[in-house]
Design a protein around this ligand. Structure first.
Ligand code: D54
Ligand code: ZN
Length: 276
């Protein structure tokens, strides 16, 4: 399992593009017919994907977890970014339509990913954090996600935030998860930006054609850096970092957070005037 170790603000000032990418960008997710896992020391998150083909895929615990099952001491949030599929948790089948989410609570579970049709494979994206208590495994369909419309077309940031795992939605220990969908002609996410010392965050950009990219902004508000991010790549965002971006066209992105609380609105707004 690949490991991304974080840096601090001081070293970030002198990092090259390659060093920034090695530290903060997760590139090799979504391998056909496989489960891919990447871990980071940032709140001990594990980022992963499962793209089952004709064969079902079982989530095994990597040796680094020192566990007999993946969720022995962890919770897991899954979002289906592809075709219809299922997730079996201890034999119980949860149908996963496109944009459905599943929360799997701490416990010795057997987790299996399946696609309904190998030629229109499910693309399961997941994020896991350590968990200290058991919350029930819960499915949410796209219609269950609380939509929050933000932005204007004049600011090119008209978008809807769909929250699945949060204070008023699916319950969890520390995981929050959902995705944001930009309207045609809107390219900016999280502008004006924010940061939250109470939580770290992970963005996974999706629904971008191969030639398109998002210029993701990170760092302290007065000392920003950027990453060029392609389709289905993830950015690890420490609590002290802003996380915002502009695409060469519209896109979607899944966001997940871990930390102190699960209040979506608990963030420090950053005035665009102080960005440097
Ligand atoms: O803390 C919240 C997260 O950064 C995102 O949900 C923000 C976002 O999707 C947006 O403004 O477009
Ligand atoms: Zn945020």
């Amino acid at each position: 399992m690949n490991l991304h170790t974080m840096t601090d603000l001081g070293r970030m000032r002198t990092m090259t593009s390659a060093e920034l990418r090695q530290t903060f960008l997760v590139e090799a997710l979504f391998q056909p017919g496989a489960i891919t896992l990447v871990r980071t020391d940032l709140d001990r998150a594990i980022v992963g994907s499962a793209v089952p083909g004709a064969r079902a895929l079982t989530l095994e615990p990597p040796p680094e977890l020192r566990a007999s099952s993946f969720t022995e001491r962890r919770e897991l949030g899954v979002l289906n970014l592809g075709g219809a599929g299922s997730i079996l948790v201890d034999g119980e089948r949860h149908a996963m339509a496109a944009r459905d989410a599943l929360y799997v609570g701490r416990g010795d579970h057997k987790i299996v990913f399946e696609s309904d049709r190998p030629d229109a494979a499910a693309r399961f994206y997941f994020v896991s954090y350590p968990a200290h208590a058991v919350y029930p495994t819960t499915h949410a369909s796209f219609a269950d996600a609380a939509p929050l419309r933000l932005g204007t077309s004049a600011d090119a940031n008209e978008r809807t935030i769909y929250k699945y795992i949060h204070e008023d939605g699916i319950q969890s220990c520390q995981l929050m998860m959902g995705f944001t969908w930009l309207e045609e002609g809107s390219v900016w996410n999280t502008m004006p930006p924010h940061w939250h010392l109470s939580r770290s965050e992970i963005y996974l950009y999706f629904d971008l054609p191969a030639e398109a990219c998002v210029i993701h902004l990170m760092g302290a508000p007065d000392e920003t850096r950027h990453l060029i991010v392609r389709n289905e790549q993830a950015v690890l965002s420490p609590p002290w970092s802003i996380h915002s971006g502009a695409g060469t066209q519209r896109y979607g992105f899944a966001w997940a957070m871990g930390g102190e609380n699960r209040e979506f609105a608990d963030m420090e707004a950053v005035s665009p005037k102080i960005l440097r």
